[in-house]
Design a protein around this ligand. Structure first.
Ligand SMILES: Cc1cc2nc3c(=O)[nH]c(=O)nc-3n(C[C@H](O)[C@H](O)[C@H](O)COP(=O)(O)OP(=O)(O)OC[C@H]3O[C@@H](n4cnc5c(N)ncnc54)[C@H](O)[C@@H]3O)c2cc1C
Length: 505
């Protein structure tokens, strides 16, 4: 099938960078199409540590530009999406003779507090670990710690909210659509796509192509676009473990390991602790990255150096792995490779332009998108202006510090909701939670219950509004209820979704 429309911009990749660029572009008036071969955020963008952070340790590698930009983004992104992004305090314990002297850490945190346009986030303070509650779950090795600010993000939701907003503004957004080939033809791109569910193929045309496929960026250049000898990114795997809650404090820990690396232990989904990450070179298909025994042992051992109650394999309830697509700057160690992004525009002498996106962090996706739009303007003519700072993502149109008030207002409107249910819905959907609940006056009006507090109304919303087509889309990306549902409940959900999706088709 081939169609006549010529899109201005065709984006390959439905991770944070592809969805962010598509949203920014359509908001400026370009016609935009986006193809994602699987589900949104099924690549690296749901496998992160989920921090909106400057990246304290990147200061050690003199990444001042990146750190400053990332620090500035913390409050911008929080204001755009206060349901899925919120401030978090981090406790960084240190002891004499540790890897880094206290003055160096203090200097880093001084820069952290002062170079990044911090207005709402509280500054760094020093803690006496013999008295502060954050010292309680830790071994008595530390008398002091620094406590500093960064942010937390629900990474997979940040992606789907960008996709939703891009679609609401008129972009053609196509999940489960793989780009098989893209060829320059008559001053345009002819892009062949394959529906990965039905196998149906189509050809679409665009003036410009954006390759935002994260760790697949070189593969797409080689296999779909037909380039030889492509080696732009270094793939670095990072894995996390999720264990039963190790501490009650709402703050996260930043632990320094004797090997110079660092790990985080973060309060996660109320009942759990998220521990990660590892950092090692990866050679394979990014879709198949999974944690190995050495990484599990490393994370358990590293966390157990700090917690009085050791972290063991038996504590693990879930693991996930993802691959960082780092621009290959020739660094010798994986953790030293630059975390900054690089945008390369190709297409001279009237050739249809191609923009390749290398690297990037969730934290800088909005700024990366703005830079991409500058390149797009250069290549096919400028449209519109910067607009995303100060905008709201779907459901995020409430004050940055207004989460509790939003929960209270949802509870007032739907008094039958359990507190935890209302809190979960506002965290995921913000002001759109009320649209999901509609006219419901009692729990029975929410339809079938699949397990935990997941009901049919929410699942239908996720199918209709957020492109969910599998139980795993709902359980591991749109929500994290996979941590709560049993395998039998998940199977029943899968059956329900298949039925609902078929009925809609
Ligand atoms: C372990 C780890 C921890 C991290 N922690 C943080 C953190 O705490 N904070 C932070 O800011 N950043 C963090 N990052 C970095 C951040 O997660 C990534 O930089 C970001 O998610 C990359 O997004 P992306 O859109 O470039 O790639 P992806 O999310 O991988 O998206 C690329 C998409 O392209 C699709 N695709 C590939 N080929 C095709 C094709 N032929 N046709 C159609 N679609 C295709 C893939 O399916 C994929 O969904 C972390 C990364 C890792 C690995």
């Amino acid at each position: 099938m081939s169609e006549q429309t010529i899109f201005d911009v065709f984006v390959i990749g439905g991770g944070i960078n592809g969805c962010g660029i598509a949203r920014d572009a359509v908001g400026r008036g370009y016609s935009v199409a986006l193809a994602e071969m699987k589900d949104f955020a099924s690549g690296t963008s749901s496998g992160s540590t989920k921090l909106i952070h400057g990246g304290l340790r990147y200061l050690e590698y003199y990444e001042f530009r990146l750190v400053r930009e990332a620090l500035m983004e913390r409050e911008v992104l929080w204001a755009m999406a206060p349901h899925v992004i919120w401030p978090m305090r981090f406790v960084l314990p240190f002891h004499k003779g540790g890897m880094r002297p206290a003055w160096l850490i203090r200097l880093g945190l001084f820069l952290y507090d002062h170079i990044g346009g911090r207005k709402q986030l509280p500054p760094t303070r020093t803690l006496d670990m013999t008295r502060d509650p954050s010292g309680l779950p830790l071994k008595r090795l530390f008398t002091k710690a620094f406590e500093y600010s960064d942010g937390w993000v629900n990474d997979a939701r940040l992606v789907v909210l960008n996709a939703r907003d891009a679609a609401d503004r008129g972009a053609r957004v196509m999940p489960r659509t793989r780009v098989v080939s893209a060829r320059r033809n008559d001053g345009h791109w002819a892009i062949e796509t394959e529906n990965t569910v039905t196998g149906a193929r189509a050809t679409l045309r665009a003036r410009m192509l954006v390759n935002a496929t994260g760790p697949w960026v070189d593969r797409v250049l080689a296999d779909a676009i037909g380039k030889n000898d492509v080696h732009n990114v270094r793939l670095v795997q990072g894995s996390h473990i999720v264990v039963k809650k190790k501490f009650d404090d709402p703050r996260a820990y930043f632990f320094q390991n004797p090997d110079g690396r660092i790990i985080f232990a973060i309060p996660y989904e109320n009942e759990f602790t998220l521990i990660g990450t590892t950092d090692h070179d990866f050679d394979g298909n990014p879709a198949e990255a999974h944690i190995n025994d050495a990484e599990i042992d490393y994370l358990c051992k590293a966390a157990s150096e700090y917690f009085t109650d050791p972290v063991t394999r038996d504590d693990i309830v879930w693991t996930y792995s993802a691959v960082r697509p780092l621009f290959d700057d020739g660094a010798s160690k994986a953790q030293e490779a630059t975390r900054d992004y690089v945008l390369r525009l190709e297409g001279e002498n009237g050739q249809a332009p191609l923009l390749n996106v290398f690297g990037g962090k969730l934290t800088t996706y909005r700024r990366l998108s703005e830079s991409a739009l500058e390149k797009i303007g250069e290549a096919i003519g400028v449209k519109g202006r910067k607009w995303t700072a100060g905008s709201s993502l779907p459901g995020g149109d409430f004050p940055a510090a207004g989460y509790d008030a939003e929960v209270a207002s949802l509870k007032a409107r739907y008094p039958f909701l359990a507190n935890s249910h209302a809190r979960r819905l506002v965290r995921l959907y913000g002001t759109r939670a009320a649209r999901i609940l509609g006219k419901a006056a009692s729990e029975a009006d929410l339809g079938k219950r699949f397990g935990a507090d997941l009901y049919e109304t929410e699942v239908s919303w996720l199918i209709d509004q957020e492109w969910a087509r599998r139980a795993e889309d709902v359980l591991w990306r749109r929500t994290k209820l996979g941590l709560k549902l049993s395998p039998a409940e998940a199977a029943e959900l899968e059956e329900y979704i298949q039925g609902a999706a078929n009925a809609a088709a």
